[in-house]
Design a binder for this molecule. Sequence first.
Ligand code: PLP
Length: 399
Amino acid sequence: MDLSNILYAYAEDRSQYFNAIAPPIMQTSNFAFRKVEDMSRAFEDEMSGYLYSRGINPTVDILRKKLAALDGAEDALVFNSGAAAIFASVLANVKSGYHILSVDNPYTWAKKMFDIILPRFGVKTTYIDGRSVENFRDAIRPNTALIYLESPNSWDYAMQDLEGLAALVKSINATRASESPSDKPSPQIITICDNSYCTPLYLQPARLGIDISLQSATKYIGGHSDVVAGVISGSHAMMKKIFDSEYLNIGSGIQPFNAWLLIRGLRTLPMRLQQISATTRTVIEFLKGHPKVEELLFPLDPSFPQFELARKQLSGACGLLTIVYRTEERAEIVRFCESLKHIMLAVSWGGHESLVIPRCAGIKPEHFDATIREHRMVRLYIGLETADYLIEDLRQAFT
Ligand SMILES: *Cc1c(COP(=O)(O)O)cnc(C)c1O
């Protein structure tokens, strides 16, 4: 489907709401029926119609359909946060005794789920360097049911060869399916990929054979730092499986007003990404020549260790980049961050405003060690400001 059609027309039946150009915020908790028979049908399959807004809601539906189309997937579910999207999609695909294989350093709250919550229910997670498909082949166990990916990672941009990995999983799943039934059959492996960094405009994991594509919609989809949300997409059967249990049971589906804000965000997504990408390139040129920048990490920069894979797998990269600050002193990094006048010190990214976050903010001063490269990492998010405006700010903060 044409991108313009997805963003500006698809799933919007304006004749249903007075031919209004902007869709209504259907701020209702419940929906009335005329016939008991219709109500019974909704009870049986809540995903098939409007019953109660913890399930399906018309404003959310518009968004859901657009996001699925953007991802090149059959269906999508939208949550009240990216963390909720992670939680529901992982929980739906594991049970006691199963093993999860995750890439190193996944998103903080994915890792907390794996390390703190799931072990209480007999689900164990191990981590591997996901930069080689061989590492997955070696680490998959008979009880591995889920592979958790994040490509690129949002700090060091480590990537996975999604196509190669999907092919490996497909062949393992085929072997498992053909094994003679035993009392402990190996589960079919499900793959989940956090695609927050790229958005579906620059990477569509579903098209490369990944089962569930996941994004924090808080970032680029929302785009204005005013809504927290998350999305997963995949086959209709997978989305229905998650909807019927975790989505309805956790009750963290997105609310109509936030869904409306995301539909609004989608209208300008390509232009925002284009602008941010161009500005980021210019800022990178400035940073690469600066004596305080020991190293710069950005997937589409030729110096990036996985540049070849990035060039093959991503059709673009936007505003997140990391510099390794050349210094012996934590205080110098702190001074740099606090001297920025326009670039704000804040978590998150994907909005209109440029941001900075030093790795050392999460490290106790007495534990800071300048010989460890990660400790000197400073992540920058380039927003919608002009390159000159941002470069001037960086220049004065460096000095
Ligand atoms: C922000 C983020 C999330 C979590 O999304 P929330 O909307 O904040 O819950 C997940 N993955 C990545 C890579 C993120 O940057």
